[in-house]
Design a protein around this ligand. Structure first.
Ligand code: AMP
Ligand code: ZN
Length: 449
């Protein structure tokens, strides 16, 4: 396999070796469905869709699962704060179930408008509550848990490799534990597998377990869903870099302690984007959704173009100027396709195809792949292949009607007859219809203006 991926497990670029080429098991951590996804969230789904496309280009059959976190994700990753779903329900005066359903629908709308392939299965955390309890029972049977008044915790001191994945400095963490740290925990890095609802606590989603009402901690769902749906070891597990020190570290601890197997062979993490040099945050008012972009005249696919023209591990800054440049680049590609359509040029350029694959196989370097596309002479078949891989809606543009094509002919005739007044008038009319004209040595061609 020529595909190389950066594996967080070893902090190295490694050749990708699937266990079974016919069933490449991929688990992608999905959204917490309590608010509309912002453009930072959406980046990750674009990158992992590219991963799937590149695996397919290499002749593999990806089997990818995505989860929806519809319970148990607290506002702080350190087991404190409110449950995000409950918070959303209060904010919107809806039930938690309605909130989850509403944002699941919005997420799928965003997902589809970015032309991303559907995962093999989307799993809701609330459909796996019984399986959560079973896994917690297994962990308890093996001595990895302890119970307090407020929940059931994973004792990280019992899992020797706990600090390895994120290269955590546990002494430093201990020293840095501040006031407000959940003092029910034995060790600062311990985390809740299950939370008990306290008397008077307003928590609508609740299940009975060990004689009390409660709900699962955030991390358990990913260990449980990946175990139930795919089985260990997974080939690839993906998420954002924020998942390395807590969420994925805890997933590994749970799964490997419970089942005594390696959880996953390759871990991929995408970097966070900043917006105008600042982190994405509600207080800065920059949590743009695809709708906000639309209101400023940008299509979801213009945004996808912006995402893919960078590298998933790069430190990237989003700005509307750069989005406008990405939009222009997409339009430029569409105009190259329009020229190919008019010239009826076909046939794949094998050298280009190999070059494109080589760049994508170099740790999904879509930025370099895009540069190659810009700098190559491409045929219609090449563009079809590009569209198949990146799904940018490149062929989705309006072509001139018969009437407009006639106008182009008349304008060209007028130009040949040196009737420039007529030629200019027709050209302006066409411009009003959204088409410009490109005059070259081998004829005049329409372009999207
Ligand atoms: P959440 O819905 O909060 O669980 O987040 C969904 C995904 O978005 C996670 O994989 C995060 O790593 C990712 N994410 C959140 N903020 C950003 C950002 N600014 N840039 C890139 N990814 C982000
Ligand atoms: Zn997860």
């Amino acid at each position: 396999m020529n595909l190389k991926l950066y594996n967080t497990l070893n902090r190295k670029l490694e050749e990708f070796r699937p266990q079974n080429p016919e069933n490449v098991k991929i688990y992608t951590c999905g959204p917490t469905v309590y608010a509309r996804a912002h453009i930072g969230n959406l980046c990750s789904y674009v990158y992992w869709d590219l991963l799937v496309a590149v695996l397919k280009l290499n002749g593999l059959r990806p089997n990818r699962i995505l989860n929806f976190t519809d319970v148990g994700h607290l506002t702080s990753d350190g087991d404190t704060g409110e449950d995000k779903l409950e918070k959303g329900a209060k904010r919107e005066n809806k039930s938690v179930w309605e909130v989850a359903e509403h944002y699941e629908e919005l997420f799928m709308g965003d997902y589809n408008s970015l032309l991303l392939d559907m995962p093999a299965k989307i799993c809701k955390a609330t459909d796996y509550i019984e399986a959560d309890k079973q896994m917690i029972d297994v962990l308890t049977g093996k001595g990895y848990t302890y119970e307090t008044d407020d929940g059931i915790y994973f004792d990280t001191s019992k899992f020797e490799k706990y600090a390895d994945f994120a290269r955590l400095d546990l002494d430093h963490l201990r020293a840095g534990a501040r006031v407000g740290f959940n003092d029910e925990k034995r060790n600062v890095s311990d985390f809740a597998l299950w939370k008990f609802i306290q008397p008077g606590e307003d928590h609508a989603m609740r299940w009975e377990y060990r004689g009390r009402e409660g709900y699962p901690g955030w991390h358990i769902e990913c260990s449980v869903i990946s175990h139930e749906e795919l089985g260990e070891p997974l080939d690839i597990h993906c998420g954002g870099i924020d998942h390395i020190p807590v969420h994925h570290t805890n997933e590994i601890a749970q799964t490997e302690a419970a089942y005594g197997v390696k959880m996953c062979n390759y871990w991929l993490h995408c970097n966070f984007i900043t917006i105008d040099g600042q982190k994405v945050s509600k207080s800065l008012g920059n949590t743009y959704s695809l709708n906000d972009l639309l209101e400023r005249g940008f299509l979801p696919l213009d945004f996808k173009m912006w995402v893919l023209q960078g590298h998933y591990q790069g430190e990237r800054n989003f700005s509307f100027e750069d989005l406008a440049a990405a939009k222009a680049r997409r339009r430029n590609w569409q105009n190259k396709i329009a020229l190919c359509l008019q010239r009826e040029e076909g046939a794949l350029n094998m050298e280009f195809c190999e070059g494109l694959l080589a760049r994508l196989n170099d740790n999904l370097n879509s930025a370099e792949a895009f540069a190659l596309i810009d700098n190559s002479e491409l045929s219609l078949d090449d563009w079809r292949m590009i569209e198949k891989v990146f799904k940018l809606g490149l062929f989705d543009f309006r072509q001139p009607t018969d009437g407009q094509l006639e106008k182009i002919q008349l304008r060209n005739e007028a130009r040949r007859n040196k009737d420039f007044v007529m030629a200019d008038r027709l050209r302006d009319e066409l411009l009003g219809d959204g088409f410009s004209l490109l005059d070259t040595g081998d004829g005049s061609f329409w372009q999207l203006s």
